[in-house]
Design a protein around this ligand. Structure first.
Ligand SMILES: NC(=O)NCCC[C@H](N)C(=O)O
Length: 407
């Protein structure tokens, strides 16, 4: 039985992971809300669910315990007083402008059976579902054509991002877009009220209240001493500093944080869309971020405050020193073929999920990169990906590791 949180690497044998199987929230995607809800197209739900089940089965076949976020949230909301506090907070975060509508939604949600209530929050509350009677505010009147009271949460299957387990603690994130912020609220309640999954004594490295933005796709646990964090479109330097000070000051064992500054654009939204660890000394990388890649090192000064400096070496040299290895190999997404690199990065070719040293789960569509991984001696377990990949995240993005064996 692997209980509590234990994440001291990217590659140690994975024992427990949290996923979310896509549901009706995907059907709330329409061209009008693509940009706001961070999608470019609409996955075919039934096929996406089959693909996701296949992903979960590959994990189970490899002795990984799979827990589902929806169940874990429900377990944390068993107490009516906790449920009441959670619903009130969720509705506040959903920008319900009219107190009248807010009250009706609150009553409605409180009366639903628990699992249905969680499912309803994820899929979004439609106006058809609950007629609230007379419009009694200008805001209600103006927005009456919009089909939802609360937006669906189609990005929830990327469980990597709302939080991250680091060492023996958890970082609950203040996400950078409104569309995803409520996902971390789920995690906040799991951490506070679901003791079986996250024991009460678990340290918290970052708080949902932020105020600065950070997302889990930017966090890579390179070793028990070194954390890498992307300074990206979604993660701010201020948040990295808060996380680094909390982590390094606590007796967590971590000694330094390497900050990777990557281009701020949608295709490279998080560090793990361009860089992942696949073995003790091997990494995937999207060639377009390699040069120039600015890396900073954060350690603590004598007053226990974060201190920083830039590192000017090449990436392989930096990694080699940080991990105390004789050499490291960078496996380029798409190899030397520029088109393949761009195409496969867009479909998360470098977003691998290591489930043991040298064993990764990848999307089957990224054939060039998969072959290069295979040639580098990595065992590649491919999962179908036509529909899952439409959300712009791969196997790493779709998983929140909770427990890995040491390696
Ligand atoms: N770690 C990741 O890169 N996660 C992928 C998140 C995709 C999602 N549609 C988003 O834009 O946030």
């Amino acid at each position: 039985m692997n209980s509590g949180v234990n994440i001291y690497s990217e590659i140690g044998r994975l024992k427990k992971v949290m996923l979310h199987r896509l549901g009706r929230e995907i059907e709330g995607l329409v061209p009008d809300n693509f940009e706001r809800l961070l999608f470019d197209e609409i996955p075919f739900l039934e096929v996406a669910q089959q693909e996701h089940d296949c992903f979960a089965n590959v994990l189970r076949k490899n002795q990984v315990e799979v827990v589902y976020l929806q169940d874990e949230v429900a377990k944390s909301l068993v107490q009516p007083s906790v449920r009441s506090k959670f619903i009130a907070e969720f509705l506040r975060e959903s920008d319900i402008t009219s107190p009248h509508v807010g009250e009706i939604l609150y009553e409605y949600l409180m009366e639903l059976p628990l699992t249905r209530m969680v499912e309803t929050l994820i899929s979004g509350i439609t106006k058809e579902e609950i007629p609230v009677g007379q419009m009694n505010s200008l805001a209600d009147f103006i927005t009456k054509e919009y089909p939802y009271y609360t937006d669906p949460m189609p990005n929830l299957y990327f469980t990597r991002d709302p939080g991250a387990c680091i060492g023996n603690g958890v970082s609950v994130h203040c996400m950078s877009t409104k569309a995803r912020r409520r996902e971390s609220l789920f995690l906040k309640y799991i951490c506070e009220y679901n003791e079986n999954l996250i024991p009460r004594e678990t340290p918290n490295w970052f708080s949902y209240e932020g105020p600065k933005h950070i997302e889990g796709g930017d966090i890579l646990v390179l070793s028990p001493e070194v954390l890498a964090v992307g300074y990206s479109q979604r993660t701010s330097p201020e948040a990295i500093e808060i996380l680094a000070e909390n982590l390094l000051n606590h007796a967590s064992g971590f000694q330094k944080v390497l900050v990777f500054e990557i281009p701020k654009c949608r295709a490279f939204m998080h560090l793990d869309t361009v860089f992942t660890m696949v073995d003790y000394d091997q990494f995937t990388i999207h060639p377009e971020i390699e040069e120039p890649l600015q890396i900073y090192e954060v350690t603590l000064d004598k007053d226990h405050k974060a201190s920083f400096h830039s590192i000017t070496d090449k990436l392989d040299v930096i990694l080699k020193h940080a991990l105390k290895l004789p050499a490291v190999r960078l496996i380029r997404c798409g190899g030397t073929d520029k088109l393949a690199a761009q195409r496969e990065q867009w479909s998360d070719g470098s977003n691998t999920l290591a489930i043991a040293p040298g064993m990764v789960i990848t999307y089957d569509r990224n054939q060039v990169t998969n072959e290069l991984l295979d040639k580098s001696g990595i065992q590649v377990l491919q999962v179908p990906s036509s529909e899952l990949s439409r959300g712009r995240g791969g196997p790493r993005c779709m998983s929140m590791p909770i427990y890995r064996e040491s390696c």
